[in-house]
Design a binder for this molecule. Structure first.
Ligand SMILES: NC(=O)c1ccc[n+]([C@@H]2O[C@H](COP(=O)([O-])OP(=O)(O)OC[C@H]3O[C@@H](n4cnc5c(N)ncnc54)[C@H](OP(=O)(O)O)[C@@H]3O)[C@@H](O)[C@H]2O)c1
Length: 506
């Protein structure tokens, strides 16, 4: 269009002024179009429309589709991909998540309410103008509303320390301004934050024991239009990382070499051009792989940087450290999805097999604090009883001394994190539900694979901000970034308590 305008202007000089005027008008119309469509480029400058939208309220859904049909008996293939048992799982109508209750307050993203004006009395009080509040009435003032910026969008101060020297012998080019890389990739908004071209990451190129892991210098991942680049501050390990590395899911795995790691907490460095809910400087956390087993993220979180789809991210609860936040996503989403799938209701009784693990410690807290279970019983070994009680458990069965399936008590909901569905089905009440995470299942039990979802994570923010639900890092404390092999060896003993976390990652 600019070229045709220029040629028209040179051939008909007497019409130069009207032509330039028309060019200007049509140019402005083009700008309107690119703004409406989310962005564009004019005269070498990039334009982006900034759309901060709030997460939709938790919409109740009538059903999950058919209740998951039991996966009956082995030999079962490796855990079926999520599609086999249903996609993301909003709670059914009637669940405590679907119906706002004192136990599960409305999401903290609703429109601000104005402080009520005092009812006039006689004689009327002197006129005092109540200051309008922008804080939702039901949220403590310290809460950060989901979607609200935590640093000024214009901040150009790098929020992280310079990366450590590269690995010996590996050539590293000097850091580049993010906007240079951005323009090259054509996917991200202009960034004022510095991102290096390479970073340290744990990788493996062959399946095997933890020893196949190597710390290497590799390119920082590009971000797609719907992704953000996160500077990783902390990551956590999950048993699925080990199972993947052992080749147990090789038929559905992403290609090797790969960077393991699902759980991440860190700071947004760069955003893709379709990203609207997050901006540079936001402190976020996520399970970076939407489907845990079906083509999980090839370049995961055990690295200095990782790219994450916007839809998987949530703002980090301000009360939590990066290490605490990183300990949560995969495990807490698993517990949440399990209870949503069985429609756990206020006042029901729950039996959790394996309460001391990464999933179990969070499942106990969610059952009590979020879903309002009246009774939570779990299995654990003797040394972990006090800890489990501190999480809200009513009774701990020492699985090394007692056979829980031989006890008289029965429960509305049974959650098996150990792989003993055949025993767990014996402790469920008639008409109750048994949900399993691993191992063979038998009716009425069923198994599912967690689906990562940032909005579901954000729904738990009020409970994490209030301290009703706590992150539990293994008593050994966080492992450093150089101790990832040792951390995997420890997790794979099957004796970890709470979560095995890698922090800090600088
Ligand atoms: N399907 C999914 O989407 C999904 C999602 C997450 C996890 N998972 C799977 O679920 C399982 C649990 O995950 P996790 O992260 O919780 O594992 P984890 O943290 O490694 O679990 C370790 C805990 O399990 C306890 N434990 C071990 N054997 C037990 C037994 N026989 N009875 C009771 N407790 C026992 C241990 O306590 P003691 O030291 O007292 O024995 C330990 O505290 C893993 O197989 C994992 O792969 C599946």
């Amino acid at each position: 269009m600019a070229a045709s305008c220029a040629s028209a202007a040179s051939s008909r000089r007497s019409l130069a002024f009207p032509t330039v005027f028309l060019c200007l008008i049509s140019h402005l119309l083009c700008l309107d179009f690119v703004a409406a469509s989310g962005g564009g480029s004019v005269g070498g400058l990039r334009f982006y429309s900034q759309r901060y939208s709030v997460a939709p309220a938790y919409a109740p859904v009538a059903t999950y589709g058919p209740r998951v049909s039991p996966i009956v008996t082995p030999p079962a293939p490796p855990l079926a991909p999520p599609v086999a048992v249903g996609g993301p799982t909003p709670p059914p109508a009637g669940s405590p998540l679907a119906t706002p209750s004192p136990l599960y307050p409305p999401p903290i993203v609703q429109a601000p309410v104005v402080s009520p004006v005092a009812t006039p009395t006689t004689p009327p009080p002197p006129p005092t103008a109540p200051a309008p509040s922008t804080v939702p009435a039901y949220a403590p003032k310290s809460w950060t509303p989901v979607g609200a910026p935590t640093v000024p969008a214009s901040s150009s101060v790098p929020l992280y320390a310079p990366v450590s020297p590269p690995l010996a012998g590996v050539p590293v080019s000097s850091p580049v301004r993010a906007e240079v890389a951005t323009e090259k990739a054509g996917a991200a908004k202009i960034s004022a934050m510095e991102v290096p071209t390479t970073h340290k990451a744990w990788t493996y190129a062959e399946y095997g024991p933890p020893g196949v892991l190597k710390l290497e210098q590799i390119p920082v991942p590009d971000v797609a239009a719907d992704e953000v680049l996160v500077k990783v501050h902390a990551a956590a390990l999950n048993p699925v990382d080990g199972k993947r590395r052992q080749g147990k899911f090789k038929n559905t795995d992403s290609p090797l070499p790969t960077v393991p790691g699902y759980d991440v907490a860190g700071v947004v460095m760069k955003v893709g051009k379709e990203v609207s809910k997050f901006k540079e400087g936001d402190e976020v956390y996520a399970d970076v792989s939407e489907a845990a087993l079906n083509k999980p993220r090839q370049f995961g979180s055990l690295a200095q940087y990782t790219a994450v789809q916007e839809k998987l991210l949530a703002l980090k609860p301000t009360r939590l450290s990066f290490a605490e936040a990183a300990s949560l996503p995969l495990a807490i989403l698993t517990a949440q999805e399990a209870f949503d799938r069985v429609n756990l209701k206020v006042g029901q009784s729950v039996f959790i097999n394996g309460g001391a693990g990464g999933v179990g410690t969070l499942a106990i807290q969610l059952a009590k604090q979020v879903y309002g279970a009246s009774l939570v019983v779990t299995t654990g070994s003797a040394g972990k009883v006090d800890l489990l009680k501190s999480l809200g458990v009513d009774k701990v069965i020492d699985y090394k001394k007692e056979k829980y399936e031989e006890l008289p008590d029965k429960y509305d909901v049974v959650f098996d994190t150990v792989g003993e569905c055949n025993r767990c089905v014996k402790v469920v009440k008639e008409g109750g539900a048994v949900v399993a995470l691993t191992g063979a299942v038998e009716p009425p039990g069923f198994r599912f694979v967690v689906t990562s979802n940032g909005e579901n994570l954000a729904k738990l923010t009020p409970f994490l901000e209030s301290g009703k639900v706590k992150a539990l890092i293994d008593p050994k404390g966080s492992f450093t970034f150089s101790e990832v092999v040792e951390a995997f060896e420890y997790l794979e003993t099957g004796r970890a308590t709470g979560k095995v976390v890698i922090a800090p990652i600088e």
